[in-house]
Design a protein around this ligand. Sequence first.
Ligand code: 0X9
Ligand code: ZN
Length: 432
Amino acid sequence: MDLRRGKDFPSALLLMKLWITLLLNAGISGAASVDYDGWKVLEVYLETVSDDVIPPTLIKLEDMEAEGYLALLSVSKVKGTAEVTVSPEALEDLSKMQDDGLITFDIISDNLGKILESETRQQQQRKVLRSSITFDSYMSYNDMTSYLESLEAEYPNKVRVKEVGKSVEMRPIYLVRLTNNIGDNTEKNVVFIDGGIHAREWVSPHSALYIIKNLLSASKFTENTEWQIIPMLNPDGYVYTWESNRMWRKNRASFSTCHGVDLNRNFGYKWGGLGTSNNPCSDIYKGPSAFSEPESQALRDAMLPLAGKVKAYITFHSYGQYIIYPWGYSTQVTHPQTATMNQAGKVMARKIKRQTGAVYRVGNSAVSYYPAAGASDDWTSHEMKVTYVYTIELRDTGSYGFIIPANQILPTVKDAWTAAKYMGKLVERKYT
Ligand code: 0X9
Ligand code: ZN
């Protein structure tokens, strides 16, 4: 059942008009580069509702997004808000709705285009050597790929890099395996990590790469544990955020009306449940069937042979600074490992606070956000029977959202490294 398809707001005619305006002005669904000049970021207030009910305003925002009317950036159940970005034209209409008491919002950023411009300027100053990685500016897809492709030759005793699938546009999806004396094929416990499921969440693949880089020089973490890391699960989406639309979230699968499946709604546990959409134009489109996408298949197929060995799974996303654990598909069903995941999550958050000063909230994912079914965390927890499963929503808490300035990449990836180190140590302590 799709709870998210409100029909009454705003009128179909108004949406149609705005949709056409947006397509002409912004090209949000087209191939041309999307210009966010003058777009505002709004914090929209959501109704307080009982568990497993999606607030009506959020349903409306999602419908408006599927119509190309705005882009939904993040939701926080704790704050009771959703952040959206709207064009100047759409803002006029939303302001009328606010005057009519249909919606309440504050403008929290005046011009998304200016923030993006400064990001582009910083990128243009960047000079990287092939096969080197940096965390003082964002790496392109090619920078990342060259680095990954160089690893095995440079660290033959510690690293294997394997292609575990190809994206819709046929880019390789790499899995990096790291452990001491890798050639010995010793059976070890596995900590599995992925990044880049959502294209615009740039700090996520950077975090996975930072963890890889640090594991290469810290042999105590790779003694008894094997790390398996897919740093970039959605390469097409990432490239698309560089070339065409910085705010793109999904993969680049092609449908008759729109592009993209939300990979974090495409996994095969409770697929199509709450918090998902049937509409290919929606940012939370679940896809035509569970695991319909080569990217989610790649993660599934990399993990399945590791049954019984994977002891912890972290999937990096942004933003909001949350450490959240299953179930994410419902607030009504309590996961049997709730106490264990909550306790370890709290230790993780404390360690991050001590290390970098950043404050991460810890909690159940359906409660902290809103229920969202078909995500990689629920599938891993259910199918792989992994005890420690976390989605980590990295920095920030909304000032820049996905467009974290380059000078905050390093502090953010250090949060991720602190979380990963703790997971590695915990797995070693509990299972070795
Ligand atoms: O909605 C998502 O996919 C994740 N948040 S994000 O803002 N990065 O898109 C949260 C997923 C949490 N896990 C589940 N709902 N299972
Ligand atoms: Zn995400």
